[in-house]
Design a protein around this ligand. Structure first.
Ligand SMILES: Cc1cc2nc3c(=O)[nH]c(=O)nc-3n(C[C@H](O)[C@H](O)[C@H](O)COP(=O)(O)OP(=O)(O)OC[C@H]3O[C@@H](n4cnc5c(N)ncnc54)[C@H](O)[C@@H]3O)c2cc1C
Ligand code: HEM
Length: 406
């Protein structure tokens, strides 16, 4: 618990830090990477370049301080960070480095306002959270049976195009042993060794069913445009991950893990590449609990960008209570309504739930994965339709911005 001495300093400075948050986090990363360039191998430098990470790590410390009495709000946030940290191999030895640079950044940006008691209070708040993360990460490493940063050598044993932009890769352990099992919805980190010597990790949700000796991931090629360069690792994988290629990947981690047992209705709502964890859940349910009532709603731009069609057709044959609904935002000439898709436009979740066969899902659990705008819109529609917030969970394919806590 935060000490009574520190408490008023934290309470008083939360709004100040919120206002200067971006300046502090930008300063923090710049100084930390200058002092410890090896850390650029651990962080996702794409998220640094596009700005999304700046609002994440340090903001989490501020959000923690602002919500210090709300264990209910913080627990899922901490859980998500712990899994992400384990997937990239954070160790206790990293924490003093981040703590030092974070405190240094607060001091540099706030100037004279950063009095010694204020900095001491933030040091205490940082270490309270760090202690919680370090302990939870140690437990997770132990439970998973890996050491921090441990990667498995694997080989690509199959490669399959999923429409124009996505490729599925089946991975087998290089030593021929079965790969460890996972919970559908979880992801692995994949290591890329780039031509210029940089090392980068990216997370990819497992897209196959559990219980196999191999893992499958599905990678969307992130093409650039005038405003943004092409994605580094997704391009590297599309080019390098040919059958036979060697890769190194982490154990499976992640806390987005729909409950698969029972008969409660389940709604899996995805857009674009957000389909990957949902396909893993669906394939596993088809094999382990095929009677489960499932609404699988997916939104794609058009037929060329609609991945995993064959998996959905396969699941339909095994699951009598599966309802599939496909929306194409902008169908093309070759896309046939009723055959390839059910609805032109964005996913009409309110209409789906209002329909006779959709009403039973109102009492069920909802899982969302896709671009942030998609998830915000669907979450809003679900809440308006009467779905309790506690029945909605989501996976973000990037740093969670924690905007609801700040
Ligand atoms: C839990 C989780 C699960 C995921 N699962 C999947 C999955 O199943 N399949 C999948 O394909 N992806 C998945 N992702 C996303 C994946 O991890 C990568 O983020 C994605 O492949 C892009 O990585 P990249 O290296 O190709 O792009 P990066 O090089 O990291 O670039 C990311 C984005 O930033 C933009 N950018 C880069 N530099 C700049 C700049 N200077 N200015 C402006 N914009 C810039 C790029 O254009 C690109 O759009 C998942 C992510 C998470 C966190
Ligand atoms: C109290 C201390 C810390 C807090 C509050 C914190 C918070 C966070 C948060 C919020 C994320 C994003 C999680 C998500 O995906 O939504 C994250 C990811 C990450 N953190 Fe931490 N972190 C802390 C310490 C550290 C330390 C000590 C390191 C190591 C130097 C570290 C390295 C990373 C890395 C490499 C990622 C992966 C994300 C990326 O680069 O995109 N963090 N952390």
């Amino acid at each position: 618990m935060l000490s009574a001495v520190s408490r008023p300093y934290i309470d008083a400075s939360v709004p100040v830090l919120r206002e200067h948050g971006l300046a502090i986090t930008t300063h923090f990363y710049r100084e930390m990477f200058a002092a410890r360039p090896e850390l650029t191998q651990l962080f996702n430098m794409g998220n640094q370049a596009n700005g999304s990470q700046q609002q994440s790590l340090a903001s989490a410390v501020f959000a923690y301080a602002a919500n210090i009495d709300r264990a209910d709000a913080l627990a899922p946030v901490v859980e998500r960070i712990v899994h992400k940290h384990a997937a990239v191999g954070i160790t206790p030895a990293h924490y003093p480095i981040v703590g030092r640079h974070l405190l240094g950044a607060i001091g540099a940006v706030l100037g004279e306002a950063a009095t010694p008691p204020l900095l001491a209070a933030w040091d205490e708040a940082y270490w309270l959270l760090a202690g919680e993360l370090i302990a939870a990460e140690a437990r997770l490493y132990q439970r998973t049976g890996v050491t921090a940063g441990q990667l498995f050598p694997v080989r690509v044993v199959a490669r399959e195009a999923q429409g124009d932009a996505v490729v599925s890769l089946t991975l087998a352990a290089a030593d021929g042993q079965p790969l460890p099992d996972f919970l559908p919805g979880q992801y692995i980190s994949v290591e890329a060794k780039l031509a210029d010597g940089r090392r980068q990790l990216r997370q990819y949700s497992l897209s196959g069913e559990r219980g196999l000796p191999t893992w499958r991931i599905s990678v969307k090629r992130e093409d650039g445009d005038a405003a943004a360069p092409a994605g580094t690792v997704s391009h590297w994988l599309h080019q390098h991950a040919q059958p036979g290629a060697a890769l190194a990947v982490s154990a499976p981690f992640g806390d987005f893990v729909p409950k698969l047992t029972g008969s409660k209705p389940l709604a899996l709502l995805s857009a674009g590449i957000g389909i990957t964890p949902m396909v893993s859940v669906l394939r596993t349910l088809a094999l382990e609990n095929p009677q489960r009532p499932v609404l699988f709603a997916h939104a794609a731009r058009n037929g060329r960008l609609h991945a995993h069609r064959a998996d959905l057709a396969w699941a339909r044959e095994h699951m009598p209570n599966l309802q599939i609904h496909i929306s194409y935002e902008a169908p093309e000439a070759g896309d046939v309504a009723g055959r390839d898709y059910d609805h032109a436009g964005t996913m009409p979740v309110d209409a789906l739930l209002a329909a006779e066969n959709g009403q039973r899902f109102l009492d069920g659990n909802f899982y969302l994965c896709g671009p942030i705008g998609f998830m915000q819109a669907q979450r809003h529609a679900l809440i308006s339709a009467g779905v309790p917030v506690a029945h909605i969970d989501r996976e973000v394919f990037g740093p969670d911005l924690l905007d609801h806590l700040l």
